[in-house]
Ligand binder design. Structure first.
Ligand code: EPU
Length: 418
C-alpha cells in the first residue's frame, strides 16, 4: 500500500521555517550544464525525487552527476549521447529540457514526450516551434521528438508563454549564431533565474523576467557555481497552511517580490501579512475575525500561480463567504476537489471554475494525493480538520515538498509517516 502521512489536525501552525530551494528552478538549472564542457556546481537544491530523476537522465547522456545534500555537481564534458532514454525521460516533464542544450551544443537532440503530473494535455508545440524558428529540423521519429541543425538567432513569438518552452528556447538560443528575441516569453522567476545562470556562464541575455527576452548568441559557455532561488510555491503553501489553521507562520529567505499575488489575496482575505528583508510572514486576521472569501484567477506570472490554486482552495474552505477560483493555465487542476469534498468542503466546479462556500469545519478520513499541488491541498485540509487524516499516494507530495512532516512538526503540527 505504500507509506501514508498521518495528520492529527486542529492545531494552529505557528513558527518559522527556512524556505527550500525552488523545485522547478532547480530542474532547469540541472539541464543548463549540458551547454558546457566545464563543471557546474549548484547550491540550495531541494532534496526531492525529481532531482534524482533528472540526474538519471543526465547520467544516461554521459554526464557525471553527484549530489551531496543540497549541493549538486554536474560535469557534462563526457556527454556523447544526444538521445534521452525513454524509460527515464518519461518519468518527469522537465526532462524535455535536455533538448535545447543538446541541440545547441551538438546539433542534434532527441527525447520522448515526457511525463510529470497528469494535470492537462501539456503539449510541446511551443518548444518545437521555437527550435524550428532557430533553424532546426524537428520531426517525430517513433516515440521520440528529434531536432537537428545548426541554430541561427531569430525573432520568435511563443503561442503561449510556456514556462518550460521558454527555458528550452532560451537554452538553444544561448549558443545560436546571432540575436534571438523571444516574444510572449514566460516571466516566471524560475525562468528569470535560468537566464541569470546562463549569464553567469557567459551568455548574453537581457529582458528576462519580462515577456520579451533578447539573447545574443555566444560560441561557448563556461562553468559556474550557482545558488537556486527560494521556492515561492513551497513558501506560499506553508503560509497558507498557517493562515488556514488560524496560526502564524514566517518563511525565512522567502522572496516577497515573487509572492505579490498571494500576499495581496491573503491581505484581501483579512490575514495579517508582514514582509521584512529576513522573512515573509502571514497570520490569522489580527482582529480575531474569520478569513474573508476572495475571488481569483490562476494565470501566468505575475498573476496568481496555478501551483498555488489547490492549496489556496483548501485554505478558502476556512473563509467566510463565497470564494471563486478560475483556473486559466491547466485544464485539469481540480483533482483536489473530490478529496476536499470528502472532508466536508463545500465546493462545486463549473468548467474551469471552483466555487467554495465557507467557513466549513473539515473532518478527517483517508484521502489521496493526486498530483503534487492537490497533495498540498489535502494536507492543508487535514491540518484544518479536527480529527485524523490519512494521506495516501505520497509519491506526488514528495515531488514538491522536501521533508514535509519534519517541517510541519517544527510549526507545531502532529504529522508523521507510517
Ligand atoms: N502549453 C502549450 N504548448 C506547449 C507547452 C505548454 O500549449 O508547448 C500549455 C499547457 O498545455 C498548459 C500551459 O501551456 O495549458 C502551461 O504550461 P507550461 O508549459 O507553462 O507549463 P510547464 O512548463 O509544463 C511548469 C512547471 C509546472 C507549473 C507550470 C506553470 C516544471 C517542471 N513544471 O510546467 O509546475 O505549473 O510551469 O507555472 O517546471 C508543479 O510544480 O506543480 C508544476 C506542475
Amino acid at each position: 500500500m505504500g507509506e501514508q502521512l498521518v495528520i492529527q489536525g486542529g492545531k494552529a501552525l505557528s513558527g518559522r521555517l527556512p524556505a527550500s530551494g525552488s523545485k522547478n528552478a532547480a530542474l532547469y538549472a540541472l539541464a543548463a550544464p549540458l551547454l558546457t564542457s566545464d563543471p557546474v556546481t549548484l547550491h540550495n537544491v531541494p532534496e526531492i525525487a525529481d532531482i534524482e530523476g533528472m540526474g538519471r537522465v543526465l547520467r544516461a547522456l554521459g554526464a557525471s552527476f553527484e549530489v551531496d545534500g543540497e549541493d549538486v555537481s554536474i560535469d557534462a564534458s563526457g556527454v556523447t549521447e544526444t538521445v534521452a532514454p525513454q524509460d527515464l525521460a518519461i518519468a518527469l516533464r522537465a526532462s524535455f529540457l535536455v533538448m535545447g542544450p543538446l541541440l545547441a551544443r551538438f546539433g542534434e537532440a532527441a527525447s520522448p514526450s515526457p511525463g510529470g503530473d497528469v494535470i492537462g494535455v501539456r503539449p510541446l508545440d511551443v518548444h518545437l516551434a521555437g527550435f524550428r524558428a532557430l533553424g532546426a529540423d524537428v520531426r517525430r521519429e517513433g516515440q521520440n521528438f528529434v531536432a537537428r541543425g545548426r541554430l541561427r538567432g531569430a525573432r520568435i513569438f511563443l503561442d503561449y508563454p510556456s514556462v518550460l518552452g521558454t527555458v528550452n528556447v532560451l537554452f538553444a538560443a544561448a549558443l545560436a549564431e546571432g540575436e534571438t528575441v523571444i516574444v510572449n516569453a514566460a516571466a516566471e522567476p524560475e525562468v528569470a533565474m535560468a537566464a541569470e545562470m546562463l549569464v553567469a556562464m557567459g551568455a548574453r541575455i537581457s529582458g528576462h523576467g519580462s515577456n520579451t527576452i533578447t539573447v545574443d548568441g555566444v560560441e561557448r559557455l563556461h562553468g559556474v557555481d550557482f545558488t537556486i532561488i527560494p521556492d515561492r510555491i513551497e513558501s506560499g503553501t506553508y503560509l497558507l497552511a498557517g493562515v488556514a489553521t488560524g496560526g502564524d507562520v514566517a518563511i525565512e529567505g522567502a522572496r516577497a517580490d515573487h509572492l505579490d499575488s498571494l500576499l495581496t489575496k491573503l491581505a484581501e482575505a483579512g490575514a495579517g501579512v508582514e514582509v521584512t528583508p529576513q522573512y515573509v510572514r502571514a497570520c490569522h486576521p489580527p482582529d480575531g475575525a474569520p478569513l474573508r472569501a476572495v475571488q481569483l484567477q490562476a494565470v501566468p506570472y505575475p498573476g496568481f500561480p496555478t501551483d498555488l490554486h489547490a492549496p489556496m482552495a483548501a485554505a478558502l474552505t476556512q473563509a467566510e463567504g463565497v470564494s471563486t477560483i478560475h483556473e486559466r493555465v491547466f485544464e485539469n487542476r481540480l483533482l483536489y476537489l473530490g478529496e476536499l469534498r470528502a472532508m466536508g468542503a463545500r465546493m462545486t466546479a463549473g468548467g474551469q471554475s471552483v466555487i467554495i462556500e465557507g467557513p466549513t469545519p473539515l473532518v478527517g478520513g483517508a484521502v489521496r494525493a493526486l498530483d503534487v499541488r492537490a497533495a498540498a491541498a489535502v494536507v492543508i485540509g487535514g491540518l484544518c480538520a479536527s480529527d485524523e487524516t490519512i494521506v495516501r499516494d505520497l509519491v506526488h507530495l514528495d515531488r514538491g515538498y522536501p521533508r514535509i512532516e519534519e517541517r510541519l512538526t517544527a510549526l507545531g503540527a502532529t504529522v508523521f509517516r507510517r
